[in-house]
Design a protein around this ligand. Structure first.
Ligand code: NAG
Length: 267
């Protein structure tokens, strides 16, 4: 069956990594919450509560290294007043019934939690990988736009040691070459000092690849990121947890060719 020619409106497909190309770090957070008797999404609320100046956000922008991150994040995560306030606000906003009991103290181990998040995110989604290869074979640009930790691979005095890397499943680095090489360009928050959903981060990816936002299809699992991209004029596709098949079908419809039917590729 002949495929239709690519829709010339688009020149590039931009992919988020965690939760789109590989597993979601959110699953690691959810598992940690369950194991420690915390309400679902409690830790997510705490992470967001600190805003752009939180340790997590600063680590993603490459402003602090792994060890300082563990240290500061650990303190932030164990601030029970902050956590309970953030979680109550989240329940109110979503009209969820307030929880029967909130923790009176917290004992969250930042290193354990981050390890669980990273190890969770290690497996690639074979369908998404094939789609990337197929889009690239059509001569369109494929770009990774990721809040990530490439900077930790640059070495130097503060680089994670072998023990830290093993704990995180980073034996091949925070960003293994085989994942990076799937894309024409890898745009990483930690090396650029910008992170999603900052519009500047999206615009940087466009400039660097010689494309305009309206020539881009962007896939992500996080609503705030999709919203920022859409406001810039990008076409957006939400990839729900465990829901890449449906998203790839939508992607094929928008591009005008099927991205799911390449003969099995070597991963
Ligand atoms: C960062 O990139 C690595 C390697 O590609 C991936 O496994 C990980 O999930 C990414 N992290 C996030 C938060 O997207």
């Amino acid at each position: 069956m002949a495929t239709r020619p690519p829709n010339s409106r688009y020149k590039a497909v931009v992919f988020d990594i965690g939760g789109v190309v590989v597993g979601s770090p959110f699953l690691g957070i959810a598992a940690y919450e369950r194991a420690h008797g915390l309400p679902r999404n409690y830790i997510n609320c705490l992470i967001t509560a600190y805003g752009e100046n939180g340790a997590y956000q600063r680590f993603e922008r490459g402003e602090i290294g792994l060890k300082q991150f563990y240290d500061v994040w650990g303190r932030e995560l164990n601030n029970v007043e902050r956590g309970n306030a953030a979680y109550n606000a989240y329940c109110a906003k979503r009209s969820l019934p307030p929880p029967a009991a909130l923790p009176s103290s917290l004992k969250i181990d930042a290193r354990d939690l981050f390890g669980q998040m990273m190890r969770q995110a290690a497996t690639m989604d074979a369908g998404v990988v094939r789609a990337i290869q197929r889009i690239r074979a059509r001569g369109m640009r494929t770009i990774a736009l990721t809040n990530n930790y490439s900077k930790e691979d640059e070495g130097g005095a503060h680089a994670p040691d072998a023990h830290d890397r093993a704990h995180l499943g980073w034996e091949e680095g925070a960003v293994p070459t085989r994942i990076r090489e799937l894309f024409d360009d890898w745009v990483d928050s930690s090396t650029e000092g910008l992170r999603k959903p900052d519009p500047e981060f999206f615009l940087l990816a466009c400039r660097r690849n010689g494309i305009r936002p309206d020539e881009v299809i962007f896939l992500d699992d996080i609503g705030a990121n999709l919203k920022a991209a859409a406001q810039l004029g990008m076409t957006t596709i939400h990839v729900p947890l465990e829901g890449s098949a449906r998203a790839l079908k939508t992607l094929g419809e928008k591009l005008g060719f099927d991205v799911t039917s390449l003969p099995a590729a070597k991963l």
